[in-house]
Ligand binder design. Structure first.
Ligand code: ASP
Ligand code: MG
Length: 451
């Protein structure tokens, strides 16, 4: 049995946190490979370092802050010579890259700079494991995590990764505990790339897939996946298990615990994923499984804020063919990923999926796109909306679901409803200002009240 354990930034924030994670790893002999994020805060500091027009003073400050975090851990380790010299090298690379970025704003340099955070944390974490008597070494994941050359959001090349993992990494696991980096990879030319912010979960799932692992553990700072965000509903509780389909829906609809794409490699290979808190491992966590025994009708309520609704109206649509095809082709051309859709005879309303779109979220709807759409229909855009998704099973085929949900929603204005396409969700679009009360009301009715 092979388990891949991934520790997020807060889990490897300092020496003490790393110690707790090392105990978790060593408690389970099946854990053969550990994937780490950069220590908490480091990636943010490095991202700031990639920005244009920083003063020299600020640059030095940022480099110092990163160094302070990493040396803090090294000092607690008693500065083992080999680790100290490796760390010095990484920190001086950081400074060389940040100098280089002043003159050359190359994205490849930015990714190289960002990658140093994970290179430092993996180096130090392996040392923490060795301090506990483990035979652990750090492994440069760029030797196996092959990606395309899309810096900042590189696409992993699954077949290449599988081949490289089986020759370069799998043999090492026999007698070593391997600590490696999340988030980073390399393209065919060996240039460093990154998978996008929060990409370490994805790295762990990709490695698990390539290694044919039985489980991936995602250790973070929350004890599992909750029925909803506890800040919105104090009655929210951690789930013991959840199916992949439900978890994917939750991620899509805004739950923060997992990077949505993490699910994909695990789903492909039916690898179960555990989510737990490295601060309180004794509290257990949530298992995400391919199949769960008794999937409930109501599993969770998710919230995604900042939604934009695009309304299109055209009489051309009446009894015509090809209108929607045309609209979607235009959206695709502008790299807009559509989320929810409702249609009537002469109207289409759609919400835009900022996560899947090739955009940072601001200026998603460019003037060019709106003009192009306006050639074929009347266009209006509404902002300040939030999407609330009730996630579960057999939602579309269980009687009484709509009555129950809409009774709860009675005091609120529901701008749009999507129900029926997926057995796993019922979504409503509401005013941003109603989002929190809607989630609280739904949670209280669906999860805290006996029928
Ligand atoms: N260190 C990277 C970030 O903060 C990747 C990760 O933590 O998953 O985005
Ligand atoms: Mg993270």
């Amino acid at each position: 049995m092979t388990v891949v354990a991934k520790f997020g930034g807060t889990s490897v924030a300092d020496y003490q946190a790393m110690g707790r994670c090392a105990d978790i790893v060593l408690n389970n002999p099946a854990t053969r490979i550990v994937v780490v994020s950069a220590s908490s805060g480091v990636t943010n500091l490095l991202v700031e370092l990639t920005q244009a027009n920083l003063t020299d003073e600020r640059r030095l400050e940022l480099l110092k802050s990163v160094a302070a975090i990493q040396y803090g851990i090294l000092d607690c380790l008693g500065r083992p010579a080999e680790v100290a010299s490796e760390l010095d090298k990484l920190l001086s690379q950081m400074s060389v890259l940040s100098d280089a970025l002043v003159l050359n704003r190359g994205k490849h340099l930015m990714d190289a700079l960002l990658s140093t955070g994970e290179l430092c944390s993996s180096l130090l974490f392996a040392a923490v494991l060795r301090e506990r008597g483990a035979r652990a070494s750090s492994f440069d994941v760029r030797g196996v995590m092959r990606t395309d050359g899309h810096f900042g959001r590189a696409e992993p090349q699954i077949a290449d990764i599988e081949a490289l993992v089986s020759t370069e990494l799998a043999p090492l696991l026999k007698d070593n505990l391997i600590v490696t980096q999340g988030f980073i990879g390399a393209d065919e030319q060996g240039q460093t790339t990154t998978l996008g912010r929060g990409g370490s979960d994805y790295s762990a799932a990709l490695l698990a897939e390539a290694l044919r692992a039985e489980a991936v553990e995602i250790w973070t700072d929350v004890p599992g996946i909750f029925t909803t965000d506890p800040r919105l509903a104090p009655g929210a509780r951690a789930l013991e298990e959840i199916s992949f389909n439900e978890a994917a829906e939750m991620a899509t609809f805004g739950a923060k615990v997992l990077h949505p794409a993490t699910i994909l490699p695990a789903v492909r290979r039916q690898i179960q994923v555990f989510v737990g808190s490295s601060k309180e491992p004794e509290r257990g966590g949530t298992w995400i499984r391919h199949q769960v025994e008794h999937p409930p009708v109501y599993r969770a309520v998710a919230l995604r804020r900042g939604q934009t609704l695009l309304n299109l109206h055209s009489l051309q649509m009446l009894h015509a063919q090809g209108f929607l095809a045309h609209i979607f082709a235009t959206l695709a051309k502008h790299r807009i990923s559509v989320d929810l859709i409702t249609t009537s005879e002469v109207n289409v309303s759609l919400t835009l999926d900022k996560t899947g779109s090739d955009s940072t979220g601001t200026g998603l709807l460019s003037e060019a796109l709106l003009q192009e759409l306006a050639e074929h229909c009347r266009v209006s855009v509404e902002d300040n909306l939030a999407l609330v998704a009730i996630i579960g099973n057999r939602i579309a085929t269980t009687s009484g679901v709509c009555r129950r949900v809409f009774t709860v929603l009675e005091p609120f204005n529901v701008r749009m409803i999507c129900q029926g396409a997926s057995p796993h969700n019922l979504c409503v679009l509401v005013d941003e200002k109603d989002a929190a009360p809607v989630v609280a009301a739904l949670h209280s009715n669906l999860f805290e009240t006996a029928l």
